[in-house]
Design a protein around this ligand. Structure first.
Ligand code: PMP
Length: 354
């Protein structure tokens, strides 16, 4: 750290992204990416857009916003396209949290919420999940703070039902409730239709997972026109050209090929069921994940050891050090072949430790 770094960041611990190692033949199941390439249409549109990189991109993201509105069944002025969903979450922290309005989120959830709160110096409260890692919705009823809930939650993959989400939103009419639906396309029930009914609900989604575009950085927020206006004010005060031309074009291509996305989600769900079944046969406990990952703990062996041995065998999963979850690993669901390689390696590790 230099001697010039502002003391306002004294309490900031930056987010640690999952590794992106360049190891040959690595089975990469650590950052919940899609194992499938982007839609061919997305690739073609991005390549065409590359020919015009001398020009700034459209700051209003008009064509993509219009198409997204159509797909999600809302109006164009109820949508804001961002640089990954991380950016809309950052905007929401900037717009809706301050000294008087702290943030609140579960103690075990997407690690970036805490980082945004620290970065922006806003107070935050972490509410413990129940012992079975479920969210007790009662904790969020009339809570009087800006609520951030990942649905399904990460890294557990456990969802709340739409009626539970509605209860939270309804009971906090004077606070914004942000529902982070990064993994919603793999089984959960989206709260987007509720944005018509509640002016305090902001739903965020991403192109990183189900649409195979993590490398492009594209996300979006859906909420009332007034919320989207607020978030636009933040956007135009930070980075008006937040979406580059190629990403914008690729996003449009992806949305014009929803059948491809749906097919891939279906395959991931099938592979998730298969992997979970096999893990349970090998004495693992798993949560009921509706995401593109499995959260699993062996009845005897430690999570850290399994993570390290898998890594030596060329299989990368994600391990977190948090006290309550240190015996778990989060395993991204990939292709059937990748899951078979993972399961083979797990079975070898169990054999070695008999
Ligand atoms: N929310 C959750 C719960 C996530 O796990 C992630 C991905 N790490 C994000 C948001 C952000 O994803 P992106 O910025 O790629 O859209």
């Amino acid at each position: 750290m230099s001697r010039f770094f502002s003391s306002k960041f004294d309490n900031l611990t930056p987010y640690t992204p999952g590794e992106q190692p360049k190891i040959k033949d690595l089975v990469k199941l650590n950052t919940n990416e899609s194992p499938f390439p982007p839609s061919k249409k997305a690739i073609r549109y991005a390549a065409e857009a590359a020919k015009e990189l001398q020009l700034y991109p459209d700051p209003t993201c008009q064509a993509l916003t219009q198409k997204a509105a159509e797909i999600w069944g809302v109006e164009a002025d109820e949508v804001l396209i961002t640089n990954g969903s991380d950016e809309i979450l950052n905007f929401a922290f900037m717009a809706y949290c301050d000294e008087k309005t702290p943030a609140v989120f579960p103690d075990i959830t997407y690690g970036f919420y805490k980082v945004f709160a620290q970065l922006l110096n806003v107070p935050y409260e972490e509410i413990p999940l129940r012992d079975d890692f479920t969210i007790d919705t009662q904790d969020y009823i009339n809570v009087g703070k800006t609520v951030f809930i990942a649905n399904p939650n990460a890294p557990t993959g456990i969802p709340l039902s739409l009626s539970e989400i509605e209860e939270i939103v309804k009971s906090n009419p004077n606070n914004v409730v942000v529902v982070d639906e990064a993994y919603i396309d793999f089984g959960g029930e989206s709260a987007v239709p509720l944005t018509k009914k509640y002016d305090n609900l902001l739903v965020t989604q991403t192109f990183s997972k189900s649409r195979s575009m993590a490398g492009a950085r594209l996300g979006l927020g859906i909420g009332s026109k007034a919320l989207i206006q607020d978030l636009n004010t933040i956007k135009y005060s930070t980075n008006p050209y937040n979406i580059n031309k190629m990403t914008m074009a690729a996003g449009l291509g992806a949305l014009e090929d929803e059948a491809y996305t749906k097919r891939n989600c279906k395959t991931i769900c099938k592979n998730r069921t298969y992997t979970k079944k096999m893990l349970r046969k090998m004495d693992f406990e798993t949560t009921d994940s509706t995401a593109n990952f499995i959260f699993a703990k062996h009845k005897v062996l430690s999570g850290g050891m399994i993570y390290a041995r898998l890594r030596e065998k060329g299989i990368l999963v994600r391990h977190f050090d948090g006290e309550r979850i240190k015996d778990y690993n989060r395993i991204t669901v990939g292709t059937k072949k990748e899951m078979q390689a993972f399961l083979r390696a797990v079975s070898e590790i169990l054999e070695e430790n008999k």
